[in-house]
Ligand binder design. Structure first.
Ligand SMILES: *Cc1c(COP(=O)(O)O)cnc(C)c1O
Length: 378
């Protein structure tokens, strides 16, 4: 049996090695390393895949979030609502721009932002909501966009973990994750569902004016060369990463299907076990299983992790310390007792290996090892 990894990037590469190697060599030979034709082609191909008017590539997912907030003219003191249970980048950019992060609790089934809590957190200073499509499933975008419309707020989707997921509205219409709000921000970090071989990110929007501002901001605020209309940043996707992403994009749906197959294997193995809650699927979203995350009841989580590790099975805790408990993000806007669900999740969750290359033998070994530990200790 092959070594089990949280994410197996090497096996994935080996299946498309020839295409990737040629693509990289071609960029090197072209010497169009920055903003070359590969970047433009990738942008157009991703726009088509996502059915969105504008994709603006940038350097990473954190920049993508930051640039959107800059382009929306959010100002110091503006409040931005985002979930307490997320990767820190979401909260970080809000604080970095001197906006006020207003953290709210999440739904215990989907791990995504709790829409009732959003309503309670709105004040006259609220300007935006940043839902995070955590672990590969969309937040409740229909309710979120309704709330935003009612209170005149921007919606910025953090879709770093959910590229390729489909959201279904109550009228049956569907849209890709990240294309529903005013803008979406994603990451091509190697371990994401569509990962490059370094850092990368992109912004999505259907708004022409916003797209134009975003394009300027990622490029030093330039409207034309050496004319700086705005304060911008330097945030580019390089041509080698774009060339790699172009070769991987046609495989994204297969990668996500493989992740779903792995999740189905795990689900079946853990069905009806009183100590395990498997991921809950929302009716309005497909799932691309960026992570496969269990909630444990009456199980020593560290003990399980150690037991798995001894058998060569990695497992991770996403996320052990929620944003509101991080030293850097103590804030008068919230009270540490406001996040009972997040607090509980941070103590109960464990993520099992999840990627496009897991085989039956590995899945069987992982799931039977989890069950072995639970049966031995209960
Ligand atoms: C990975 C990730 C980011 C940041 O992406 P980078 O490319 O690493 O900057 C932001 N938000 C979430 C939810 C993520 O998982």
């Amino acid at each position: 049996m092959n070594n089990i990894q949280m994410v197996d990037l090497l096996s994935q590469y080996e299946k498309i090695k020839n295409e990737i190697d040629t693509a990289i060599t071609d960029v090197v030979r072209s010497s169009a390393y920055i903003n070359g034709p590969e970047v433009k082609k990738f942008q157009a191909e991703l726009e088509e895949y996502l059915r969105v008017k504008h994709v603006i590539p940038c350097a990473n997912g954190t920049d993508a979030l930051q640039v959107v907030m800059m382009a929306l003219n959010l100002k110091p003191g503006d409040e931005v609502i985002t979930p307490s249970f997320t990767y820190i980048a979401t909260v970080e950019v809000i604080a970095l721009l001197k906006l006020t992060p207003v953290l709210v609790d999440v739904d215990p089934d989907t791990f995504c932002i709790d829409t009732e809590q959003i309503k309670k957190a709105i004040t006259p200073d609220t300007k935006a909501i940043v839902p995070v499509h955590l672990f590969g499933q969309c937040a409740n975008m229909e309710e979120i966009t309704d709330i935003a419309r009612e209170h005149d707020l921007f919606v910025i989707e953090d879709t770093a973990q959910a590229i390729g997921a489909d959201y279904t509205f109550s009228d049956g219409r569907t849209a890709k994750a990240g294309t529903i709000g005013d803008a979406g921000a994603t990451s091509f970090f190697p371990s994401k569902n569509l990962g490059c071989y370094g850092d990368g990110g992109a912004i999505f929007t259907n708004n022409d004016e916003l797209a134009a501002r975003i394009r300027m901001i990622v490029n030093h605020g330039q409207s034309k060369r050496y004319y700086h209309d705005d304060i911008g940043v330097n945030s580019r996707l390089d041509s080698i990463q774009a060339a790699i992403l172009r070769r991987k994009l046609p495989h994204l749906d297969t990668y996500n299907t493989n992740r779903n197959k792995a999740a189905a294997h795990y689900n079946k193995a853990f069905t009806d076990n009183p100590h395990i809650k498997t991921p809950v699927r929302a009716a309005y979203s497909s799932h691309v299983f960026h992570q496969y995350t269990l909630q444990l009841f009456g199980v020593d989580r560290d003990g399980l992790k150690e037991y798995l590790s001894e058998k060569g099975i990695p497992a991770m805790i996403y996320y052990p310390v929620p944003a509101h408990k991080q030293k850097a993000y103590q804030n008068a806007q919230f009270d540490n007792s406001d996040f009972p669900v997040t607090d509980e999740l941070s103590e109960k969750v464990i993520s099992l290996p999840m990627h496009s290359e897991l085989n039956e033998e590995q899945l069987e070994f992982i799931s039977s090892s989890v069950l072995e530990y639970i049966n031995q200790n209960n």
